[in-house]
Design a protein. Structure first.
Length: 391
């Protein structure tokens, strides 16, 4: 029903993914496969709803309505089998902003916060730039299959200075959808040690190959009481420009401390964001279902292409998200040479693994949320550039 093969020219739209290429890669003539938004048109019901509102000539102060909150409640029930109390939902101006505000509200300077590298670069920023201490529970990789070091995780939680755990679920960039057993094990450790769980689940709608997401807060009542969940439609429906997200917190005290921090800044919702999210949740599930199939096929192509033509590259097979973690270590090429070969010769703009944590200089994150023809061109450019350099 939907044309995900259509190539849409995004030039002259102030798109970061396009306009920042010269600065990021020292090359404007590049295939942009980096910033985590998609090159697909948003579902038509969103556009129609926004157009209808734009036609009204007054754009004054607005509020989040009961209908807006109910659309979130219904979405979580249908997609994740999660019965959410509408009173536990709080509008936020963006997930990263909300994480930073939460850290300010619930922890003190000098407190430790656990993250699991390689991980989304802003996780480092919201901890370090708020004067908190990063506690790294690095993920373990066995030929691209990623797992958690639970012994180290528990040791970090037991430290008297550790106050929070910033969970990425599904994980960006390695694409793990943590199992219910893994979630319970992490959650129980946090409960025993009174560590607050800040669960970033912004990619939770983008499950691949028929998988289903399990929010951390659904694992047990005890875990839910110690968890704040952050979600949005931005990745799901390609509406990141509207800066609208929400958090869900069962614990009244944790939720109110966040609300107080947000209200202290008098942050206002933009007019169009809630309208776009509500339209997406009410009318765009068929589009999402087809998108998930398309993304799964793109992932399959990337994995097969490298397996057949450049098997030295370790390709993480994501269980969710439209991001693929590529490890070029076996080629024995320096970080600077890799950047030159990928960005200047192959002309593929990917996120540098060094920004996801120490020790990942031979890795890059590939965004495959583009028409298949674009993904094929990018992957073939990489293979043709690097294959002759095999040891």
């Amino acid at each position: 029903m939907y044309d995900f093969d259509k190539i849409i020219d995004r030039s002259n739209t102030d798109a970061v993914k396009i306009e920042a290429c010269s600065e990021m890669f020292d090359n404007a003539d590049i295939i942009p496969m980096w910033v985590a938004d998609m090159d697909f048109a948003v579902p038509n019901p969103i556009t129609l709803t926004l157009r209808e509102r734009v036609e009204h000539p007054i754009y004054g102060y607005t509020m989040r309505t009961t209908r807006f909150m109910q659309s979130i409640k219904r979405w979580q029930k249908k997609r994740n089998d999660w019965d959410v109390d509408a009173r536990s939902i709080v509008w936020c101006p963006g997930v990263v902003t909300a994480l930073s505000l939460t850290i300010q509200a619930l922890t003190e300077k000098g407190d430790g916060i656990i993250i699991q590298p390689p991980v989304y670069p802003p996780f480092f920023d919201v901890i370090r730039k708020n004067g908190r201490i990063i506690e790294e529970n690095r993920l373990k990789s066995d030929d691209g299959k990623w797992s958690i070091d639970f012994d180290e995780f528990e040791q970090l939680c037991q430290k008297s200075t550790t106050k929070a755990f910033l969970l990425c679920h599904p994980h960006n960039p390695v694409g793990r959808e943590w199992t219910t057993d893994e979630l319970k094990k992490m959650g129980d450790i946090c409960v025993r040690n009174n560590v607050i769980i800040l669960s970033d689940e912004i990619h939770s709608d983008l499950m691949l190959n028929g998988r289903r997401h399990h929010p951390m807060a659904t694992i047990s009542d005890e875990i839910a009481n110690q968890t704040i969940t952050y979600m949005a439609g931005s990745k799901t429906f390609n509406i990141a420009g509207f800066a609208t997200s929400y958090l869900i917190a069962k614990n009244n005290d944790l939720r109110q401390k966040y609300v107080d921090a947000q209200e202290a800044l008098h942050l206002q919702s933009n007019l169009m964001g809630p309208i776009a999210l509500q339209a997406a949740y009410e009318n765009c599930e068929p589009w999402l279902n087809e998108l998930q199939t398309y993304l799964s096929e793109n992932v399959e192509y990337v994995i097969d292409a490298f397996k057949q033509e450049l098997p030295e590259v370790i390709v993480t097979n994501p269980e969710a998200t439209y991001l693929i973690w590529l490890d070029f270590s076996a080629l024995g090429i320096s970080h600077e040479d890799l950047r030159y070969l990928l960005y200047r010769k192959a002309r593929v703009g990917m996120n540098d693994g060094k920004t996801f944590g120490e020790g990942f200089s031979a890795c890059f994150r590939l965004n495959i949320a583009s028409p298949m023809s674009v993904v094929e061109e990018a992957v073939q450019n990489i293979i043709k550039t690097l294959a002759p350099l095999r040891k």
